[in-house]
Design a protein around this ligand. Structure first.
Ligand code: ADP
Length: 164
């Protein structure tokens, strides 16, 4: 039984995240999307909102569930009995940080392995930060996030669809 976790902030969930979720759910038995509760970072959507949004978008994938954690990922993994970490790699800029984290997690718990999925070409530029930057200026985010989130994201910036 291969149980994996795909951890991240998902603030908000993007089409790049969805791509990694769909692809990784096919290579493991169970996939838990672990939403990070990072109290040091102010987020656009609360932890509960992010969890709900991801559930909304993934309910059609039978082996995917959504959870949340704070503190160390390896501790949460013990709690839920997962041994594989899924991460997405977009560019070389992701690589150094991801390698360091993966190695640290492996030292913390040698049973834990990190699996990297390379981003699909059409999402290689995409990040939650880019989505927020564009949305805050009323930019078109329809190619970045699931359609049902578009208005919810604009609303956070006081932008109504009619103004667009
Ligand atoms: P974090 O704050 O941990 O970086 P994110 O929500 O930004 O959380 O990202 C979670 C994971 O999804 C990371 O592994 C990141 O590399 C990956 N990811 C983010 N955007 C994309 C994308 N466009 N294509 C592939 N992977 C992505």
């Amino acid at each position: 039984m291969k149980k994996a976790i795909y951890p991240g902030s998902f603030d908000p969930l993007t089409l790049g995240h969805m791509d990694i979720i769909e692809r990784s759910s096919k290579i493991v038995d169970e996939l838990v999307i672990g939403v990070l509760n990072n109290s040091a970072k102010s987020s656009l959507f609360s932890l509960e909102e992010r969890v709900t949004m991801i559930k909304e978008m993934t309910h059609y994938i039978p082996n995917v569930t959504v959870g949340s954690f704070d503190g160390l990922l390896v501790d949460y993994m013990k709690e839920i009995d997962a041994t594989i970490i899924i991460r997405g790699l977009r560019a070389v800029t992701d690589f150094e940080y991801e390698l360091q984290i993966a190695q640290t997690n492996h030292v913390e718990n040698p049973n834990v392995e990190t699996v990297f999925l390379t981003t699909s070409l059409q999402y290689s530029y995409l990040s939650s930060t880019i989505v927020k930057e564009f949305a805050s200026h009323g930019g078109d985010i329809s190619k970045f996030v699931p359609a049902v989130f578009i208005n919810r994201i604009y609303e956070r910036y006081g932008i109504t669809q009619s103004k667009k």
